[in-house]
Design a protein around this ligand. Structure first.
Ligand code: 5GP
Length: 200
């Protein structure tokens, strides 16, 4: 079975909606981002950082489109909040393996929504004296932004819809879908209500 055949299973069709970004469009965009980054970091020492867990799939495809010597490192974070997304309280669950002092750091994210997670990480990493630090995100939901951040490399703009696939999860599932899909949030809410009612 090829990766492109990894479609949501029929039993998921009540919560997985339409394709928002098909895999070939995602790969095209990543090629463009890789070319841009290759031009900008020519002759520089580049360290690409990925945020666990959702950002890993994007990192893996992106670094293969950056035609330069580079290294990678990972940071694990956990967020707590009131909304469907992070809400703003960030805790580091896994720190980087190596020092970033004097290095050109590129932080990659799957999606930047309110921006609270990335701005926390940006401040945290900035305090470790990198030579430079830039942000690259595949998806940018700028309509919900709550903080001022400078995103140098941005793939697609996305509206309000909650999405899954290509690293993005709902209850830790669907990260392995090769395209990005809309989650039928109203159906999910109904499901949650049904579970609540049955346990009362
Ligand atoms: P922020 O701090 O920018 O509000 O949140 C960013 C994080 O929220 C992302 O790394 C991702 O984990 C989560 N997130 C935001 N929007 C979505 C979405 O539409 N779908 C999924 N699955 N996660 C999202």
């Amino acid at each position: 079975m090829e990766l492109k055949d990894l479609k949501p299973k029929p039993e998921d069709s009540n919560i997985i909606g339409k394709v928002v970004f098909p895999s070939d469009l995602i790969q095209e965009k990543i090629t463009e981002l890789g070319e841009q980054i290759t031009r900008d970091y020519e002759g520089k020492d580049l360290l690409v950082i990925s945020i666990l867990r959702g950002g890993v799939i994007f990192l893996i495809d992106l670094i293969r489109q950056i035609k330069l010597p580079l290294s990678i490192d990972f940071m694990g974070i956990s967020t707590y909040g009131i909304s469907d997304t992070s809400g703003g309280v960030v805790r580091i669950t896994k720190d980087l393996e190596d020092s970033i002092e004097g290095r050109n750091v590129l932080v990659t994210e799957d999606i930047i929504d309110t921006g609270l997670t990335i701005s926390y990480l940006y401040r945290n990493l900035k305090a470790r004296y990198p030579k430079s630090i830039e942000i690259c995100t595949l998806l940018n939901r700028d309509i919900r932004r709550m903080t001022d951040i400078d995103i140098k490399y941005s793939g697609f703009k996305i509206g309000e819809k909650y999405i899954v696939g290509y690293g993005l999860d709902y209850k830790q599932r669907y990260r392995n879908l090769d395209s990005i899909y809309e989650l039928k949030l109203h159906e999910v809410k109904k499901e949650i209500e049904a579970v609540k009612n049955s346990s009362e």
